[in-house]
Design a protein around this ligand. Sequence first.
Ligand SMILES: Nc1ncnc2c1ncn2[C@@H]1O[C@H](COP(=O)(O)OP(=O)(O)O)[C@@H](O)[C@H]1O
Ligand SMILES: [Mg+2]
Length: 882
Amino acid sequence: MVARLLERADELTALASAARSAARGRGSTLLVHGEAGIGKSALVRSLHSRLPAEGRLLVGYCDALSTPRALGPLKDLTGSVGRVLTDALRSGERDAVMPALYDELAGGAPAVLVVEDAHWADEATVDTLRYLARRIEQLPVALVLTYRDEELANGHPLGQLLGDLGHADGVARLPLARLSSEAVAALAEGSDLDPQSLHTLTDGNPYLVTELLASADGRAVPASVVDGVLGRLHRLPADVQALVEQLAVLPGAVGHELVDVLAAGGWSGLVEAEDAGLVRVVGGAVAFRHELTRRAVVDALSGARRVELDRRALRALEQRADSDLSQLVHHAVECGDVDAVVRHGPSAAREASASGAHRESVAHYRTVMAHELRFEPHERARLWEELAVELYTIGVGSEIVGAQQHAVALYRSLADPRGLAISLRWLSRLCWFAGDRRGAVEAAQECTHVATGAGDEGLLAMALSNESQLAMLGNDNEFAIRLAEQATILARRVGDAQVLAHALNNRGSAMFRLGRDGMQPLQESIAVARRVGDHEDACRAYVNLAWSLLDDDRVREAEPLLREGLALAERVEFLGFWQYLRAVWARLRLAQGHWEEAVRAAAEASPENQQAYSVSLGVRATVAARTGSDVDAVETARQGWAVATHLGELQRTGPMAAVGLEVADLTGVAPVPADDLAEVYADARRLGDPALQAVLAYRLGVAGRPVGRAELEDLVADRPSAYALQALGRAEEAARLWREAGCPYEEAVALAESSDTDRLLAGLAILDGLGAAPMARRVRQRLRERGMTSVPRGPGATTRANPAGLTARQLEVLELVAQGCTNADIAARLVLSVRTVDSHVAAVLQKLGVTTRQEAADAYRALVVPKPRPAADVGSRPARSR
Ligand SMILES: Nc1ncnc2c1ncn2[C@@H]1O[C@H](COP(=O)(O)OP(=O)(O)O)[C@@H](O)[C@H]1O
Ligand SMILES: [Mg+2]
């Protein structure tokens, strides 16, 4: 089979020019994608001859194993790369691999680095690719990923990476198209097959075309590719057939040492298999010409034959020292060899975890735990706990508590107080993560009890700090501080930096929540954690410190800390915290009036990371409401409230209640019943959280449900709080504070609450600058009510074209209302849900200041009656007509 590449000139040019730019020091990422057999591998292979002279081509492969090899495609590079990277890959330590790979690529000859079939990549590989892709423009590297789009189901880590890359510079997409009938005819030249029917039959998929051509017997076309492959297989001598079948149960290329073990009759049989177009031998390794060819062979095997072949593969792999654990487990499972699963599964799971391939680690643990009784109780307890922690790492909330409870029960039966205390601490943390606060508190108390009984100060420090954290998260702040202080003393005494960083964090955060300054303990927490390389506690301290400063309206101080925290989370690729820090960054940008950036940062929080997601929804709902995207605002605030109440803590419900009230105020549609929100204020007061109390008091006042004046006076007695001042009607002082804090929207709103026209005008200018149409409209109205005749006109074509300030979508809905459509009709016409239309209509009525659809229709007619147009508009787009 001669490899002729047709109709790929543009893609080759793009790849070659990326390789040349890389050689000049400017890297990029190229995504080569399309269905199986479309020609991704062929394209990449043909790049060989097009590389710049000094360039190198590095290729790693992802295989169709039941659980992918951790860092599999990168391990393929050992031998072609330097010592440091080779050693790092052998160790499988994720923290060592990433910088080593970076240094190898930054310091070595320019490279085209290809990761083939990335839809089968393990999580650690995807993380590494993300790390490279983010820095690619500074590297002399063209990073090429090939993948099948159709394999990227929801939640696939590669899918998430591609989503992230979507916004990045230096990323090119090369979707591969099917071949034209002319190209198919060119390939069919010299065969007796009718090119037209070949094209129809294959729809231009190059794999199908080449396979059918290879299997054609005279003019007869095989009924399917599988028939063609099997036909060629069965024409081979029996021993060669057997060898091909043996190789077919091994996904991926098979190295020559393994072939030596498996090929009883030596390599000569492979010559015939290669001639038959079934396999390809490159660099001493044997691979099927295509994964689909391999599958055709495997799927035709009888069950018993497969067991036999997998068993032989397993034995052969076990003889070799460097076999991949995922491969061993794969064959052990395939042939039902439970002993082998028990022998290799735990190491495979632990190795995957150390590499950062947490999904794969979870898959291995699950495989292993199907045979849990094969392990003695200590090991079983340890395995359950490791599974629970892995599940936590990948953010699966549903199973973690059950898994950890198994571990705790086993430790209880083992009379192992140390194991029990540690497992209870985990249970507490995991319950909290899964939204079960009560379970978290119970486990925390038992943990302290066990640690006390064990008389181990280190354990006790850990247990107390854990209780302190829970108390702080639940706003029982005085108690949190006391516990944290005890934990701090113990941790210092036993020299446990991790627990010390943890305890200092809780103490500082609890102080802030009580309206005190927790800066010092939180900064010490960061320093201690960073000194010992405890990334988790360092990130957590950055998050809590920045969050507390934002609560206190100390926006300027929060910014550099968030930058530092993000740089750390990014460097160590701590994705969970990175997302959370980005969500807090979104809060910061929102406060500073950089709304587009706020929304972009917020969008990075995944729904699996509920705590970060909750923050993100709050930011998005607020920006939507302030810019006049009413339906979005209401829907997002509703969703945010659902997430916050599920999580249950005041730190989530409080901010979201404030968002709900603001959205209701600006859109006229209450996303959440006001009574529920008033209850949150009561919680904030009972738990003594002055920052939340102030914002909620203010927003409840705006909603016509003012809180008691004495409560407000208390709030401003210690320390002036802008919202509390506004709630007291002291808007001018509040505006000054907002200005000092660097929060333009809040400043503008406070200015607009003043009775002074100049201040109103100043506020209006800020609002127009921010694109805060709804509030700007309201301020204009106030100015008109004050008798001002020449209120400055705002920006925004929509507002000018349509005095009621309706968005384009709302105008569309109104038009249909005016035509007498029901909401169901409108939903059908605009392809929206009825519920969404309900919200649109409610917003429209509110903006028009009417209560019935009939009134809305009248208002619409008044709006669209063509008015005499000023000369400047002549020649612009005609007004919309009915
Ligand atoms: N543009 C092309 N012109 C001719 N043959 C092609 C072309 N692309 C691929 N082929 C052939 O089709 C088969 C499948 O291609 P391959 O690159 O392995 O697909 P993929 O990697 O996308 O699954 C190979 O035998 C290859 O030689
Ligand atoms: Mg391929």
